[in-house]
Ligand binder design. Structure first.
Ligand SMILES: Cc1cc2nc3c(=O)[nH]c(=O)nc-3n(C[C@H](O)[C@H](O)[C@H](O)COP(=O)(O)OP(=O)(O)OC[C@H]3O[C@@H](n4cnc5c(N)ncnc54)[C@H](O)[C@@H]3O)c2cc1C
Ligand SMILES: Cc1cc2nc3c(=O)[nH]c(=O)nc-3n(C[C@H](O)[C@H](O)[C@H](O)COP(=O)(O)O)c2cc1C
Length: 783
């Protein structure tokens, strides 16, 4: 085959040499517009795992790189005068020029033709080529020329960065944070040869503008950065090698994805590779890794297919399908890491204490979990756990030789008002639809009782309704009669008598989503009852489903009646002995229907602006708070986003949380959606945690995270990073009432107490998990 690589970066050169190595009969040319030593950038990093892959493909190149690279294990953070360092992260740093020179030399040795200082103008420059690799970087000319087929999606991110070098040698992947009068700057620095370190400085656009850096020359920008990081640079200069670039030396990162990676241009197959088809933010330093692994992937597939041109169409399709999985996974992690650096100045720098800031930064990609940190650096994590446990109020011995294991963050206590929860796990409220005339019965005693014995600190009862017409279904429990109050008291008394879990009541009014079936009855959930319906109330006469029951827009008299019902139910909840009260302001029910602009179309003082839409829910909250004893905590559950255009946004959620905080809420329980049937949620592991995190830091109120949190490792990571204060777990508790006890055993947290009659199962379960863990080698996730 005749193969032409347009662009002699890591992707084009490595693909070229691999093809020639595997099948010397190929005619391979790499066209590069720059001189061999003329390259933008300083060092690049990639992981140990990429090195392993390269060793498997071409040991000669790998050995050369290994001789030239710098390997280090540590990440170091300089933050507010403190230095934090943790190990086991495994990076390889190499000068970009050095890497390219090694690849160029190997290409030449193998007989790849290098056409240097030659600008390729189009993929049709070489009509005889069977295969054209468009490895022409982030601004790929080939991709742009065929944008109709490749369908690139290019997102320009808001932060500004400048890529500099320095002779100061950083022997760890070092992060520096400095605050100015206009906001925070951060630097990412690492050594890549004996004389030089990469030094990337980054800040939000508004901070950059406020410092006038948009008007600064490269020299002025360098002088600014030198002064900003003077204490750390210790007199070392910062250097630029991008003076040839036009315009500002400060760039915005562009995230590139493409729907299609290859095409036939009438002469040749053309395929995108490396930065031309996808980019990954430098926050997890993976652009070179992806470029090299693209080259490995395509070269391997062509080799397996026998190196014939006739196999190209099928091979190129497979290349995209296979590589795209890895790329998306990495882009996702890089996106989370990038987003963390974009908001850290506003969200974390001033809010989190140093050790927790370090933890949050290390887990920024959300791919590294608590147990993964333990694999990397067990000692650092144990120190962190000790620090965290002390902050949670535990008294630990101050003996450096103390081998006593501190409790993982999940098993630290949490105090709010007069209540101390024994750990951070909440059984999330889950409707059972098993009440008769609103009276909870044996089912509820069994359901809540079993979960109260299962290790969680707080068991929340399901949404309990304030009047008959506040119910979702005829099977919903209530608190509008003394009989219901007494039935709840039986359950609360059992929980208090048999264990040390607290029990919470969730009060709600179904609003426009009432008068429906239980999920397994009649037409199913959310659909109107076939008979026996009751009239519905809501903010506006907007049905939940297009052909559903139309609620009546509440009058002021309705509002008074419903508020008073909430207050009466609150008094009954207190009399029943509940320890905690949650107001249900989420999921499209009555209070949520006031908050969301999708369901609130009122033109009076209860509709329009967010402040107006919040007026009635806050009135109910204040009335309930006043009736609920001051020593007992109260939370509010909100839908932090509606997942529908024009609905509530995460920005709104921060404002909503601030308003409830001002009204006396202790915590915000951060759920999402279920407000509108057109919602398009992005589900995934811990998918609602970012809302809890943002609200906690920006509104300054404690939060409960909920949604697809299914392992102790998730809970530990969330609590340790300060993304939430408690984690509510729903579906896993349906499968296993003793979920918390099981997870404690799984992670080897042996001090976890069990109910006395169940104790004989404890050591057996622990031993089983220990055996399973020993049989399975732990895996350290990359970046
Ligand atoms: C600030 C910053 C820090 C980074 N840090 C890291 C890091 O730590 N680790 C990491 O792995 N990655 C890092 N990267 C990303 C990394 O530089 C790229 O992802 C990687 O180089 C992609 O390789 P590539 O071969 O696809 O493209 P490139 O390296 O961009 O190579 C493309 C080549 O094509 C040439 N070219 C373009 N158009 C033409 C044309 N028309 N004719 C001829 N030649 C042409 C260019 O001159 C260039 O040499 C960083 C990027 C930035 C911006
Ligand atoms: C069967 C069931 C019933 C639920 N009922 C309620 C409820 O009464 N009140 C509420 O706020 N959320 C309710 N939810 C939502 C859960 O509390 C929780 O937010 C959601 O299931 C996501 O958590 P998970 O991924 O741990 O299941 C219910 C969920 C389930 C599965």
């Amino acid at each position: 085959m005749k193969i032409v690589c347009i662009g002699g970066g890591p992707a084009g050169l490595y693909f070229g040499l691999l093809m020639k190595l595997r099948h010397p009969a190929h005619q391979v040319t790499v066209v590069e517009r720059n001189k061999p030593y003329d390259t933008f950038g300083w060092g690049v990093v990639f992981s140990d795992q990429t090195m392993d892959n390269m060793r498997g493909c071409d040991p000669v190149t790998a050995a050369e790189i290994e001789q030239a690279f710098n390997h280090w294990d540590d990440i170091e953070l300089h933050f507010k005068g403190e230095v934090f360092r943790s190990g086991g992260h495994g990076f390889v740093g190499i000068g970009r020029k050095r890497l390219l020179n090694i690849l160029q030399a190997r290409c030449e040795a193998l007989g790849v033709e290098l056409v240097i200082e030659c600008e390729a103008t189009s993929a049709a420059d070489d009509p005889d080529a069977d295969l054209i690799i468009a490895s022409d970087g982030i601004n790929s000319r080939i991709r742009t020329a065929h944008a109709d087929v490749f369908q690139p999606d290019i997102v320009t991110r808001p932060n500004r960065y400048i890529w500099l070098g320095t002779p100061r040698l950083y022997d760890a992947f070092t992060f520096l944070f400095e605050k100015t009068e206009h906001g925070w700057f951060q630097a990412h620095a690492y050594k890549f040869d004996d004389k030089t370190s990469t030094f990337i400085v980054e800040c939000p656009e508004h901070v950059w503008l406020a410092h006038g850096l948009d008007k600064a020359t490269t020299d002025e920008s360098i002088a600014f950065c030198e002064q900003l990081f003077a204490a750390n640079l210790q007199g070392a200069p910062l250097l630029s090698n991008a003076r040839h670039l036009r315009g500002s030396a400060w760039l915005n990162f562009q995230r590139v994805t493409c729907a299609q990676w290859s095409l036939h241009n009438g002469h040749s197959q053309v395929v995108l590779m490396g930065d031309a088809v996808h980019t990954a933010h430098f926050a997890i330093g993976s652009g070179t890794k992806l470029a090299i692994e693209d080259a490995i992937g395509l070269a391997g597939l062509l080799h397996d297919a026998g190196h014939g041109a006739e196999a190209l169409p099928a091979v190129l399709q497979r290349y995209q399908a296979e590589r795209n999985i890895d790329v998306l996974r990495l882009q996702n992690a890089a996106w989370n890491a990038m987003a963390w650096f974009e908001v850290c100045g506003e969200r974390y720098c001033d809010q989190l204490p140093g050790p927790q800031f370090m933890y949050s930064m290390l887990t920024r990609s959300q791919r590294i979990s608590h147990e993964n940190l333990r694999l990397r650096d067990a000692r650092w994590l144990a120190d962190f756990e000790r620090w965290f446990a002390r902050r949670a109020g535990l008294v630990l011995r101050d003996d450096p030789n103390d081998t006593q294991r501190p409790p993982p963050p999940m098993f630290t206590p949490y105090t709010v008002r007069g209540l101390t929860l024994k750990n951070r796990v909440v059984v999330s409220p889950m409707a059972q639809y098993k009440a008769v005339d609103g009276v909870p019965g044996d089912w509820h005693l069994m359901h809540l009782g079993a979960r109260a014995l299962g290790g969680a600190a707080l068991v929340m009862a399901e949404m309990t309704c304030t009047s008959p017409d506040a119910r979702i279904t005829p099977g919903c429990p209530g608190l509008w009669t003394d009989e219901q109050g007494a039935a709840w008291k039986r359950i609360v008394d059992f929980v208090h008598a048999q264990g040390d879990a607290a029990i919470g009541m969730q009060l709600g009014h179904a609003g426009p989503k009432g008068s429906t079936n239980a999920p397994w009855q009649g037409a199913g959930a959310d659909l109107p009852l076939e008979s026996g319906n009751w009239p519905l109330l809501s903010a506006s006469a907007v049905p939940y489903l297009p052909d559903g029951q139309v609620p009546r827009a509440m009058t002021r008299a309705d509002m008074d009646r419903v508020r008073d019902d909430f207050v009466a139910a609150t008094r009954r909840a207190d009399a029943a002995g509940f320890d905690w009260l949650e107001l249900h302001g989420a999921h499209g029910y009555l209070l949520s229907a006031f908050i969301s602009p999708l369901t609130n179309r009122r033109s009076d003082e209860y509709g329009g602006s967010l402040a107006n839409r919040l007026r009635y829910p806050l009135e109910v909250f204040a009335a309930v708070r006043a009736a609920w004893p001051a020593h007992k905590p109260m939370s509010v559950r909100i839908s932090a986003v509606d997942w529908v255009d024009g609905g509530t946004t995460p920005d709104d959620a921060v404002a909503i949380a601030r308003a409830f905080k001002a009204a006396g809420a202790d915590m915000v329980d951060c759920s999402s959606g279920q407000v509108h049937p057109d919602q398009k949620p992005t589900y995934g592991r811990m998918y609602q945690v970012p809302f809890a995190d943002r609200i906690r830091q920006e509104a300054g109120i404690a939060t409960i995270a909920v949604g697809a949190i299914s392992e102790a490792d998730h809970v530990n990571s969330i609590i340790a990073a300060g993304r939430a204060d408690l984690c509510a777990i729903a579906r896993p508790h349906l499968a296993n009432p003793a979920w918390t006890l099981g997870e404690a055993a799984r992670i080897g947290w042996v001090p976890q107490p069990w109910p006395a009659p169940y104790r004989s199962a404890k050591s057996q379960l622990e031993a089983g998990f220990a055996r399973a863990a020993a049989a399975q080698a732990p895996v350290k996730v990359e970046s």
